[in-house]
Design a binder for this molecule. Structure first.
Ligand SMILES: C[S@@+](CC[C@H](N)C(=O)[O-])C[C@H]1O[C@@H](n2cnc3c(N)ncnc32)[C@H](O)[C@@H]1O
Length: 188
């Protein structure tokens, strides 16, 4: 089974240090989001991206397979009185959302954790509308003393190839920060 981020360590995801090298606001700012859009944050964890995204779009669906993560996010939503995030417990290879229901599907540091990437991409394709975009931010395949081990990381080329083999085409490729890449794909 693919290694999953331990929900007991969720504090790391919200650390100020992390925001220095992976800034949600500046990365979301690159996506041209607007108030008409629906964004899915798949593998939302404790909502490091879901909460800032909720200020830019009409609605955020925040999904994760770990209820502990969603509990943390629900607390934050309650405290901040946010009304446009819907939190949903997801399944490893099934996204419990209607077809054509999203404009953007974001996965931040999730793609390398997936059990069956091709299968999940078929689900992403179903959920995204015709002009919908898949945004993948993940760890660069470099040796580092934090983040997932080298063997678990995927390089950008491999992610693009997996996307292209599953009905996507690459639209943009850039850096999300010094240690992470950002890929934007559309349905081909
Ligand atoms: C490293 S954490 C990143 C959390 C969040 N995206 C962030 O950047 O703060 C990866 C998260 O993806 C979730 N995850 C892994 N596989 C998943 C899947 N197939 N569907 C939904 N969530 C998944 C894990 O439970 C974990 O919370």
């Amino acid at each position: 089974m693919a290694h999953k981020f331990d929900a007991k360590k969720a504090g790391i995801l919200d650390s100020t240090d992390r925001a220095k090298f992976l800034d949600p606001d500046s990365n979301l700012g690159k996506l041209g989001l607007d108030r008409e859009q629906v964004l899915v944050d798949l593998g939302c964890g404790s909502g490091f991206f879901s909460i800032p995204a909720s200020r830019l779009v009409k609605k955020v669906f925040a999904l994760d397979i770990q209820q502990e993560m969603l509990d943390i996010l629900n607390e934050k939503i309650k405290k901040a009185k946010i009304t446009n995030i819907e939190v949903i417990l997801s399944e490893e290879s099934f996204i419990p959302l209607h077809e054509n229901s999203a404009d953007v599907l974001l996965m931040v540091n999730v793609f390398h954790e997936l059990e069956d990437r091709s299968y999940l991409l078929k689900q992403v394709k179903r959920v995204l509308n015709r002009k919908g975009r898949l945004v993948i931010i993940d760890w660069k395949k470099i040796e580092m003393d934090f983040g997932p081990p080298f063997e678990e990381r995927l390089n950008e080329k491999d992610v693009i190839n997996i996307g292209c083999s599953n009905g996507f085409t690459i639209l943009e490729q850039s850096n999300a920060g010094p240690y992470n890449y950002l890929l934007v794909m559309g349905k081909s």
